[in-house]
Design a protein around this ligand. Structure first.
Ligand SMILES: NC(=O)c1ccc[n+]([C@@H]2O[C@H](COP(=O)([O-])OP(=O)(O)OC[C@H]3O[C@@H](n4cnc5c(N)ncnc54)[C@H](O)[C@@H]3O)[C@@H](O)[C@H]2O)c1
Length: 452
């Protein structure tokens, strides 16, 4: 929970930024129809609470309702409100479907869904049907059926859905996207990305704290260990593809002139989680008997319609420092995040890497130049500010978001497709065309000039 002093400091920063940049808070951005968005939050665990704190810093958002089945989480949110001069929201959470009562309220324009993955599709479908502009946490869906349901519901209702992929707003990613759009790397050829994050202490805890301290999961655990670990037990799949694939898909114009065509995936053995249980809980702990299905390193190679390849890695069960492993390579040069290096033919010394720093500074995205200092207070290095800003601005304007339902479906589809491919020894799987043939003529979203 945010400390009072920190909260007041953040709020003060918000006020200063508001004075300096009036359109940041007033909603007077070019497309704005109204200047206030009334938001309902569904799921206020670690992520949803983070969204709450960031939204409370904005004068163009009112939080009118909150839903969570864990009363402790609602208490945490009430305490956060008590440190502000904001009106406390209505709360829901009597049972797992109480969110539907929230969706019936007329004083809600938009919802943000930050619940466990199994709830994403049913909640997003209900939210779109209720006409609420829908923000959905990552990944959007874990089955192809779920991906299609999101698309079908959007098309049937006309309600927009935005996948809240914050990594698309990371400062280096936006600078590299700027370089891609300006043709610095030439025609795109190859990409690498992934989710490489030691999650052992996220997947197991002691039931009192969200990170580590024990090797419990499911009912005995809290936070993500309560629900996320089951996917490691049950599914040999890349279950968290969008932090890597989202940014790359935008650079590659996926669903907008290009598309994901097929994927071949392979998985390693699964020893990381077992080793962790034995090391922390002892060989006699009952969880040491479990057989985890999710391979420790899962590698998927995607082919695009423009004949690029994208290698996506899921690596969350072994000791390792965090990296999303980005590589963006074109006919004239490439960026690699590991090593922080760039090579551009004709600009870099032949066969020698440049440090990426001066390139990233030179091509810094206009949004980061303008709001970077303010954004950095918002968590995850500032990208959380920008992704929420885009959501709020697009929802106020009632326009299609930068990362829409077709993106949510295509990126999330890697989970079931990687699972099918692994089960068939790496056999290629075909990506559905969620745009139903529209992808060649859909125009890329203007990530560089758009004001959010
Ligand atoms: N974009 C990011 O950087 C990022 C970071 C963390 C988590 N996430 C995503 O956010 C989502 C939530 O993750 P988290 O870390 O907050 O998990 P969490 O377990 O801390 O929070 C989930 C919350 O949902 C509540 N919930 C469960 N079922 C519900 C229901 N039927 N109705 C209402 N509330 C319900 C739980 O009580 C819990 O408080 C996940 O999809 C996760 O992948 C994204």
């Amino acid at each position: 929970m945010v400390s009072r002093r920190k909260f007041i400091r953040n709020t003060a920063i918000g006020s200063t930024a508001a004075i300096l940049n009036p359109h940041l808070i007033t909603g007077s951005w070019p497309e704005a129809h109204s200047d206030m968005l009334r938001v309902g939050l569904i799921g206020v665990g670690l992520r949803g609470t983070n969204h709450l704190k960031n939204l409370l810093l904005r004068q163009d958002v009112e939080i009118t309702a909150i839903c969570d089945i864990d009363p402790k989480r609602l208490d945490i949110c009430r305490a956060i409100f008590q440190e502000t001069d904001r009106t406390e929201p209505a709360t829901y959470g009597e049972n797992e479907y109480d969110y539907r009562n929230l969706l019936e309220q007329e004083n809600i324009d938009a919802v943000i869904i930050s619940t466990p993955w199994k709830w994403h599709v049913p909640m997003a479908v209900d939210a779109m049907e209720a006409g609420k502009y829908t923000g959905i946490e990552v990944s959007a869906a874990t089955t192809l059926e779920g991906c299609w349901k999101l698309v079908d519901t959007h098309e049937a209702t006309g309600t927009h859905l935005m996948i809240l992929e914050n990594v698309n707003y990371r400062r280096d990613i936006m600078a590299i996207l700027n370089m891609v759009r300006k043709g610095i790397f030439g025609e795109m050829v190859h990409f690498r990305c992934g989710y490489q994050h030691d999650l052992r202490e996220v997947k197991f805890n002691d039931g009192n704290q969200p990170y580590g301290g024990g090797v419990e999961f499911g009912e005995q655990a809290i936070s993500e260990a309560r629900w996320r670990t089951a996917y490691s037990l049950e599914r040999n799949a890349d279950v968290y593809p969008t932090h890597g694939l989202g940014p790359i898909a935008v650079m590659a114009d996926i669903n907008r002139g290009n598309r994901l065509v097929s994927v071949s995936s392979m998985s390693t053995k699964a020893i990381g989680l077992h080793n962790h249980i034995v090391a922390v809980g002892g060989a006699d702990h009952p969880n040491a008997q479990l057989k985890f299905r999710q391979g420790d390193v899962i590698t998927s190679t995607i082919q695009t319609a423009r004949e690029e390849t994208i290698i996506v890695t899921h690596d969350c069960n072994l000791p390792r420092p965090y990296s999303l492993g980005f590589r963006v390579q074109g006919a004239k040069g490439l960026w690699e995040v590991d090593g922080n290096r760039i090579y551009v033919e004709g600009k870099s010394e032949p066969h020698k890497w440049d440090s990426a720093d001066s390139w990233l500074e030179r091509y810094d995205h206009p949004l980061w130049k303008e709001y970077g200092e303010f954004a950095e207070g918002s968590g995850h290095g500032g990208m959380d500010f920008f992704v929420l800003n885009a959501f709020v601005k697009a929802a106020i304007s009632k326009v299609s978001p930068p990362m829409d339902v077709y993106d949510a479906a295509a990126w999330s589809a890697l989970t079931p497709l990687s699972e099918q491919s692994i089960a068939q020894g790496g056999a290629p799987q075909v990506f559905p065309d969620f745009t139903r043939g529209a992808w060649p003529s859909r125009q890329p979203f203007d990530w560089i000039e758009n004001p959010y």
